[in-house]
Design a protein around this ligand. Structure first.
Ligand SMILES: Nc1ncnc2c1ncn2[C@@H]1O[C@H](COP(=O)(O)OP(=O)(O)OP(=O)(O)O)[C@@H](O)[C@H]1O
Length: 300
């Protein structure tokens, strides 16, 4: 955890969908805070509420209860433009997040035109080259290409460059490597780590893969059924997990000493699901906990 004030925070936020018997509570009194130069990993199985948390942070959903705070204050209507620039998202699917009819240059030109209208043509081209270099791509070779001419890893690098084009303070990366070949995942995670360090970004790294969370995040939050069951410094949470569900997620990693060893990363959602079913973790045992106080709610 960091002593610096949070750039972005959810404070006791709840969000549900549907009505009556079919109502799903996707976030229950969820609190989290993102700090400059730090990564928070949000970990949990499919359906635990990770993407809902991301959408609440992106202001795609309004909370039913609780507050979103940006630099310590609620976002007013007048501050929306600054907020949209400051908080950027990198999506899971690099294949659908780029427009197939436009070149890489176009994808980077657009946010630059929108958020830095004072840049002249030459300056804008220099900014595009700088962005591509920053994400470790060759500007001359890559700028004129179309998305179908790029690998999945290269596309995800373009998505990251596009997010960086507006000088964000926060990047929310929702499963940014899960659709990529195992061989390029580590490169993308390293790039996100480098961007955090070089640009002082606050990162929210959403994943169902606890092994990669350990690799990129200073802090970790484990979600189950819409609520946080455990959080803290990554090394202490994963080194000595207090909650049975955290231990289950850890047990799905084939070899904790070699999380990237041979490509057997535990990133199949079904794998976690089946472990939960085998252990018969009861949904009813999960109750709302206070955002700063996490206890073992489930039997060991
Ligand atoms: N727009 C929506 N309408 C109705 N239900 C929703 C909506 N979005 C999410 N849910 C439900 O809320 C719960 C949490 O979903 P969410 O997508 O946040 O989980 P997740 O942890 O991100 O899962 P995944 O890893 O599969 O993306 C699920 O039960 C889901 O079905």
């Amino acid at each position: 955890m960091s002593a610096e004030p949070a750039i972005l925070a959810l404070e006791a936020v709840s969000k549900g969908f549907g009505r009556g018997d079919t109502r799903v509570t996707a976030a229950r009194s969820l609190s989290l805070a993102l700090h400059r130069g730090r990564t928070l990993a949000l970990v949990g199985e499919s359906g635990s509420g990770k993407t809902t948390a991301a959408r609440l942070l992106m202001r795609e959903y309004a909370p039913d209860e609780g507050r979103l705070l940006f630099r310590g204050a609620p976002v007013e209507a007048g501050g929306l433009k600054a907020y949209r620039r400051a908080v950027q998202m990198v999506f899971q699917d690099p294949f659908s997040s780029l427009n197939p009819v436009h070149t890489v240059r176009y994808h980077l030109e657009r946010p630059l035109r929108l958020h830095q209208p004072a840049l002249g043509g030459k300056e804008r081209q220099a900014a595009i080259a700088e962005l591509l270099t920053r994400v470790r791509l060759d500007p001359v070779a890559i700028a004129p290409k179309y998305p179908h001419e790029l690998s999945g890893g290269q596309r995800q690098r373009i998505s990251i460059a596009r997010a960086l084009a507006v000088n964000p303070e926060v990047i929310i990366a929702d499963e940014p490597t899960s659709m990529l070949d195992v061989s390029v995942r580590l490169g993308i995670l390293n790039l996100l780590n480098d961007m955090k360090a070089e640009l002082g970004l606050a990162l929210l790294y959403i994943t169902h893969d606890i092994a990669t969370a350990r690799y990129v995040a200073e802090d970790i939050m484990v979600m189950y059924s819409g609520q946080v069951v455990e959080w803290g410094a990554t090394e202490s949470v994963l080194g000595s997990p207090k909650h049975a569900y955290t231990r289950l997620l850890l047990s799905a990693v084939p070899d904790p000493d070699r999380p990237f060893g041979d490509g057997r990363i535990a990133d199949e959602p079904g794998q976690i699901d089946s472990i939960r079913q085998r252990a018969a973790l009861p949904q009813t045992e999960i109750r709302t906990v206070s955002p700063t106080h996490f206890v073992r709610l489930m039997p060991d």
